[in-house]
Design a binder for this molecule. Sequence first.
Ligand code: KIV
Length: 287
Amino acid sequence: MKDKGRKISMVTCYDYSSARAVADSNIDCILVGDSVAMTMHGYATTLSATTPMMALHTAAVAKGAPAKFIVGDLPFLSYRKGLKSAMDSVHELMSAGAHAVKLECVRGHAEIVRHIVDSGVPVMGHLGLTPQSVHALGGMKVQGRTKAALKILNSEARELEEAGCFAIVLECVPTQGARRVTDSLRIPTIGIGAGPHVSGQVLVYQDMLGLNPGFKPRFLRVYANTFEVIRTALNAYDDDVKSGAFPSASESYKDPELIEQGATKPAEHAAGNGRGPRITLTSEMNQ
Ligand code: KIV
């Protein structure tokens, strides 16, 4: 897509029902990001993500969006404890249904990136603001704001490309810096807070759908106020339960005498091909 000048859309996703919505959309690919620790588990940073947590969410997403390209995030330190440990984590995510893995930074693990790639697993890099290093960076801050920092960013991006990465996430990098990195690489860059001159964009599902009220970084565009939609629906349900308006007769099952007076019984209606009743849970529940 980079070669053809087409932008790549990516969104994070962590669960089955959200994955079904992404599966039904035009979004190109999914990141099961370690941001799951924050969005779905309520931790303050991504450092609490673990490989079993990532594998569980990857498996749920893979079931909901089987036709999408899914990148699974390698969590904090999982690729910094030696090759065997890194490969065990890669194995868990790929077995759970990922098609590729992502890891942050490059210093100290370029060899591991190479080994994962040589093992047949596509690797996505991640530079700029790398949230797993939040404490070393002194907080969630825009990166690459000096000439020296941009030079390092450029050379790290090239190192990742040389190690075999198929793409690189650039997080919170000034626009022209991200453009320079993108232009210097053959592989695509996927930006989040990296301006428009990258090969594609990624946003966190909860953030772009307004499920994270109060989180308003400069780079974020909120496409729907889903938090408000859900709150309004929950309050409407609560009103209906308390007023007795829910459930109505059409939302309640008929008593046996009433079914006998009717034209069909559930079992007759569900019977199929003469080989006996074919009653599914759904057909029974819909009667
Ligand atoms: O974990 C995540 O959601 C990410 C994106 C912000 C790129 O790494």
